[in-house]
Write a protein that binds this ligand. Structure first.
Ligand code: GLU
Length: 475
């Protein structure tokens, strides 16, 4: 099939497979094991009716399970009109690799519903979500121990709360029912820090990247994130938080934001909060006073910048525009934003790419924490926080006694403060992202056949997953 006539999802799935093949080529891995890992374990397609405004409408959804070497299999549910079986399979595969890279003990899965959520009211979406949930649960594609969804494009806390509630009513005797889905509101068993986790993960990984001077130099940059020009494509949940944190906390300048209706450009840096308000009120970026409007967003992808963060859907950097990209580093906050062919072109032009399977793994890392919190039925930090605080007070007291001097307030405050759940989530996320990038850089530098970070990431993922196949055997 020529790529022109392919369903877009199929092209995406093949692109992921080809990228993994590049890793397999440089590894000492049995090709049959590699093929067994790459294959999608199972896919469910459901079509169901829902009565909307007195009329019966049919909806089609999918849930793909890519791997079950660890359980549950994990991954979001997407509501979009780009969804098809192949897209869901590609995204499920990425979940397997992502979890392995950040050491989250889950298999990979992904779901999608073919729907434009903007066309439906809140109540209608609730009915549709609850019906989809029942289909998934009845067919064995939803449970705390086997398959745990999360938010993705077009879904959020609200949908996750409906899923959790529907599951609870189906299986009220399941003590762990609340762990059947992650990304829930905090009042319904969610965890603090999950909403912004993917964007936060993008920030932590970029911070870590800039601690590696040689890598920064290889990407034709120097110094820290401070003052770096960044273009963000897509100001949804991931793009918004990444842009906000990088500009407000690291001193980076967001010089352009690309959205569905065009782009805003401001060489002095865009005020992300204000732009977000504008988008919420007006539905798009057009008319925003804090920058120049450019109708053709695709042109803006090709503008000069230090870092380009594609944070929306797949395949935005392809064969045609890859030769024109001027960023020095691409941080893939979205899943699959660079096609296989574009990846080759970018490599030949020495444009570095921090791959999706690493960059956007922050979401599933914090989902893992949420799932553990749900299984333990206790908030992180609940037992030790006050104890740690009183120990901190003791240390401050001891310092004063021993030195006969006052301990500065900021040191006292830091010492005498027990970590709450939010602190622990952020610390765990930071640690996961740092370790994962360090391993990727190390793998990349240790083997000259590994030309790029993506291949290094997949070498790590494939060797971790294959180990579990080899240890246990295939039966
Ligand atoms: N949808 C997110 C992703 O693509 C989150 C998955 C999860 O938390 O399970 O990584």
């Amino acid at each position: 099939m020529s790529t022109a006539s392919m369903p877009s999802g199929l092209e995406f799935r093949q692109s992921v497979d080809h990228m993994v093949d590049r890793a397999v080529e440089v590894m000492d891995l049995d090709i049959d094991i590699a093929n067994a890992i790459k294959a999608c374990t199972s896919v469910l397609q459901v079509t169901f009716p829902v009565k909307i405004k007195g009329k019966i409408e049919m909806f089609t959804g999918w849930r793909a399970v890519h791997s079950i070497h660890r359980l549950p299999s994990k991954g979001g549910i997407r509501y979009a009109t780009s969804v098809d079986q192949y897209e869901v399979e590609a995204l499920a595969a990425l979940m397997s690799y992502k979890c392995a890279i950040v050491d989250v003990p889950f298999g990979g899965s992904k779901g999608g519903l073919y729907i434009d959520p903007k066309q439906y009211t809140r109540d209608e979406l609730q009915m549709i979500t609850r019906r989809f949930t029942r289909e998934l649960a009845k067919k064995g594609f939803l449970s705390p121990s086997t398959n745990v969804p999360a938010p993705d494009v077009g879904t959020g806390q609200r949908e996750m709360a409906w899923i959790a509630d529907t599951y609870k009513h189906l299986y009220p005797t399941d003590l762990n029912h609340v762990a059947c889905v992650t990304g829930k509101p905090v009042e319904h068993g969610g965890i603090r820090g999950r909403t912004e986790a993917t964007g936060r993960g993008v920030q932590y990984t970029l911070q870590e990247f800039f601690r590696h001077k040689e890598e920064v130099k290889d990407a034709s940059m120097d110094g820290s994130l401070e003052g770096k020009n960044i273009i963000v494509q897509g100001l949804g949940n991931v793009g918004y938080y990444a842009a906000k944190f990088l500009s407000e906390e690291d001193g980076a300048k967001i010089t352009a934001v690309i959205e569905w209706d065009g782009a805003i450009i401001n060489p002095d840096g865009i005020h992300i909060e204000e732009l977000r308000y504008h988008i919420n009120d007006n539905g798009g970026v057009k008319g925003f006073a804090g920058g120049t409007y450019e109708e053709d967003g695709t042109k803006v992808l090709e503008m000069e910048c230090d870092i380009l963060i594609p944070a929306a859907l797949e395949s935005v950097i392809h064969e045609e525009n890859a030769p024109n990209i001027k960023a020095k580093l691409i941080a893939e906050a979205a899943n699959g934003p660079v096609t296989f062919e574009a990846d080759r072109i970018l490599r030949s032009r020495n444009i570095k790419v921090l791959p999706d399977a690493l960059m956007n793994a922050g979401g599933v890392v914090v989902s893992y924490f949420e799932w553990i919190r749900n299984l333990t039925h206790i908030r992180f930090g609940r037992l030790e926080r006050r104890f740690d605080e009183s120990k901190g007070h003791c240390i401050v007291h001891a310092l004063k006694e021993m030195t006969g001097r006052d301990v500065p307030d900021y040191i006292q405050d830091n010492l005498a403060r027990g970590a709450d759940e939010f602190d622990l989530v952020r610390s765990g996320l930071d640690d996961s992202m740092r370790l994962a990038l360090q391993a990727i850089i190390d793998t990349h530098n240790r083997n000259e056949k590994i030309e790029d970070y993506r291949t290094a990431a997949y070498v790590i993922a494939m060797s971790k997953i294959s180990r579990s196949y080899l240890d246990i055997g295939i039966y």
